[in-house]
Ligand binder design. Sequence first.
Ligand code: 8YV
Length: 315
Amino acid sequence: MQRPHILQVGPYPAWDEEPLNEAFTVHRYFAAEDKTAFLAEIGPQVRGIATRGELGANRAMIEACPSLEVVSVYGVGFDAVDLAACRERGVRVTNTPDVLTNDVADLGVAMMLCLSRGMIGAERWVRDGSWVAKGLYPLKRRVWGRRAGVLGLGRIGYEVAKRLAGFGMDIAYSDVAPKDFAPDWEFIGDPVALAGRCDFLFVTLAASAATHHIVNRKVITALGEEGMLINISRASNIDEDALLEALENKVLGSAALDVFEGEPKLNPRFLALDNVLLQPHHASGTVETRKAMGKLVRDNLTAHFAGQPLLTPVL
Ligand code: 8YV
């Protein structure tokens, strides 16, 4: 039986490439020099798209594949997939929720601890001889027992909050409505009010048009000169210009960021700042999680082409 034709948008680890090539006829979009010509040539054969959370599939790509039936995302975030274009064509969409939740939450909390306790500078203090030459490392700020806010109490937000509870932190959250699975944490509907009552604000929202720049100048100012913003969701949830201005003018204390507008080419203004922790969008970046994500991408595609129910449907 002919293996279904798949468009692979971005590279995957080798352990994913092999089984993908065994199960499907794979067309590697990322390897094509002239991507438009490539899509025009192979697009008519494509029945499935295998992509990544930050790469997605835009309308032009979807329209170039008239036989497209399914888009399988390697990632929980599907904001970069044009769902409207998929809906118009009856194209199914899947993602990889749950398998990455705990790793993403771990990195978010680690970023808060790393920046608050100045661990990057501390490592440097040892390596560059400052400990010998200058003595004790400058004191930093405590984390345990302080006030934390979680903007978006979905799967990842909930796991972050559970970890923060382990640090004895005073936790509040914001979401479209109070969550009955979070009775111990204060629900604050307004993100500005949430920011105003916490020292650490985690952004864990699933990105969409509705959450675009939900962390705006008002929210950032409310978090304040002692506050820390931690983003493990999508850059589009934050007004990045307002963020940069606030960090440069010390209106906001600090920020720990795993995602950026135009990543991996981030705004060079970030590189000039000493009150930020910059991470290369690797929150789900463990061998264990990426293997599980890759398998789920393939299993969703295989289920679709076998006429079986999708494992983790979005659409
Ligand atoms: C990426 C992510 O998918 O899950 C998401 O939405 O953004 C990440 O897990 C991952 O970086 C692979 O590209």
